[in-house]
Design a protein around this ligand. Structure first.
Ligand code: GLC
Length: 541
């Protein structure tokens, strides 16, 4: 078992993300909840994960499914009470699983008492907790746009001022230049550390040091100063693991964020690989250029080696299902889900599994009026207003909407996939009768057991943590091949990322290597569709 009091334990760990609303309902109200999560801890222990990144469970009007917090110290009642959260923390700990909470520090809900106070007047002590500018109705301070559409400025007639919001209108940005705001947030974090939370995922953390007059959102000049102060005041124990969401991070920035002296965070989520298959906006999908993906991973692997730390992920609650996106969710669903996992899990970094990824859950074919997600709903309205045909809008939503990842977890083949005995808050993907946890657990060749084995292998062989990365066949349009090497061990990862058979000869030095894991029976020099293999030499067997 990992010693979680030590700095760096997370370099050998694998985390699992839970989106609470869609994971497991325990009381029939159609919404997932904390007792539901507790009832599935044995399943997560069986998978072998070391921690749960729990998307927000705090009190919220749910405009953005909990990323709009109205009370940082209370659980949203449909998810349970504080004692349920305490029980989750202790039950998880018994199984060697840490709870990593989601911290939304860039903004609050407009229903948060701070914002309600702020609205009362310019002299109210909470007014300066948010970002305000003078302005006339209809003439915002500048033309900045919010990430979920529309202007980033909202006018409050009673104050004759605009407030700034990078996300929905109901998510006003906090003013990090105010030291009182920063102190309140540090106290709140300590409250959760004292409850036994062992780590944090920091929502859009690169946006906190915004300077809207200069149109700066991410990477403001004071960003790293604020993060270092946050880390020194709130993440005191060396074992606390932190992962920042930083869409703006390039490798240089990520090295600062994850500097080995621990002055900032343990690691960041960066999205360079995730943005390779779009043309203009995320809604405009283009096929994934594999050589670019390989070069991108290579750069991140090489540049952070010894100087920082990567996170490894292909899915989360904001992204479509990867087996539909980069794999083949029809003829080769199982093979391609495993191949994508092998491609990623041979690399250096800390992997994150998003709920359902470990059984190969797919995108969901919804209709335009079925979407729930505020970003998708706003996109549909905006594109309709701009004259896009409905068919095109639907194609974008089906390929890209965050709702693809938010359908209820598919536990078994019973009604509503075993997620709830009531009416689910959101559509269950109809393919649940074939794709579900129960059938995955009953099939030794399932995607689940492939993940379980990958996790065990990462813990067994130090080369997964320490090995130096070398990309082979960089220009090949179908094969993703790389090695990881230390003085004592060598790992070769071979992935045929296509539905066609491909001839491949194992490079010199690996002819007699042990096959650690593969997704087909038997071996030949022809790689079958989506075939993946990891080969190993040296060290402990
Ligand atoms: C992050 C979250 C996303 C949320 C946004 C605003 O990107 O992952 O779900 O909508 O921040 O908080």
């Amino acid at each position: 078992m990992l010693d979680k009091t030590k700095y760096g334990w997370w370099k050998s760990a694998v985390f699992y993300q839970i989106y609470p609303k869609s994971f497991q309902d325990s009381d029939g109200d159609g919404l997932g909840d904390i007792p539901g999560i507790i009832s599935r801890l044995d399943y997560l222990e069986k998978l072998g994960v070391d921690g749960i990144w729990l998307s927000p469970v705090l009190d919220s009007p749910q405009v953005d499914n909990g990323y709009d917090i109205s009370d940082y110290r209370a659980i949203w009642p449909p998810y349970g009470a504080m004692r349920d959260m305490e029980r989750l923390i202790s039950e998880a700990k018994k199984r060697g699983i840490s709870i990593i909470m989601d911290l939304v520090l860039n903004h609050t809900s407009d229903r948060h008492p701070w914002f309600r106070e702020a609205l009362k007047g310019r002299d109210n002590p909470y007014h300066d907790y948010y970002v305000w500018r003078e302005g006339e109705p209809g003439t915002p301070p500048n033309d900045m746009r919010a990430c979920f559409g529309g202007s980033a400025w909202e006018y409050v007639p009673e104050l004759g001022q605009y407030y700034f919001h990078q996300y929905a209108v109901q998510q006003p940005d906090l003013n990090w230049d105010n030291p009182r705001v920063r102190r309140e947030l540090y106290d709140m974090i300590r409250f959760w550390v004292n409850k036994g939370v062992e780590g944090f995922r920091l929502d859009v953390i690169d946006s906190i040091a915004k300077e809207p007059d200069k149109k700066i959102t991410a990477r403001g000049p004071k960003l790293h100063e604020y993060v270092r102060e946050l880390s020194a005041n709130a993440f005191i124990e060396p074992g606390i693991v932190t992962v920042g969401e930083a869409w703006s991070a390039d490798t240089g920035e990520a090295k600062k964020w994850s500097a080995p002296d621990g002055s900032e965070l343990s690691m960041v989520f960066q999205f360079e690989h995730i943005c390779l298959d779009q043309s203009f906006e995320k809604w405009d999908a283009v096929p994934l250029p594999l050589p670019k993906l390989k070069r991108c991973f290579e750069r991140w692997q090489r540049e952070l080696h010894g100087e920082g730390w990567n996170s490894l992920f292909l899915e989360n609650h904001d992204l479509p299902r990867v087996v539909s996106r980069w794999g083949d969710d029809t003829a080769f669903r199982v093979e391609s889900a495993k191949c994508l996992a092998a491609m990623l899990y041979g690399m250096e970094g800390t992997p994150y599994i998003y709920q359902g990824e470990e059984i190969g859950m797919t995108n969901v074919p919804l209709g335009l009026s079925d979407y729930e997600d505020v970003e998708t709903v706003n996109m549909i309205a905006e594109r309709r207003a701009r004259g896009y045909p409905d068919g095109e809008i639907l194609a974008s939503a089906r390929a890209r909407s965050r709702d693809n990842a938010r359908t209820p977890m598919q536990w078994d083949a019973s009604e509503n996939a075993g997620f709830t005995t009531g009416r689910p808050w959101f559509a269950v993907n109809e393919n649940y009768r074939g794709i579900n946890v129960r059938s995955a657990l009953a099939d030794p060749d399932s995607v689940f057991y492939f993940y379980q084995k990958l996790i065990a292998l990462r813990k067994k062989h130090p080369v997964f943590r320490d090995g130096e990365f070398t990309l082979l066949e960089p220009e090949d349009e179908a094969l993703f091949v790389y090695t990881r090497c230390t003085d004592a061990e060598r790992l070769l990862v071979i992935c045929n990322m296509s539905g066609d058979a491909r001839k491949y000869t194992v490079p010199a030095g690996f002819e007699n290597a042990e096959i650690l894991i593969g997704n087909y029976k038997g071996v030949s020099d022809v790689l079958r569709p989506w075939e993946a293999r990891m080969m190993y030499e040296g060290g402990t067997r």
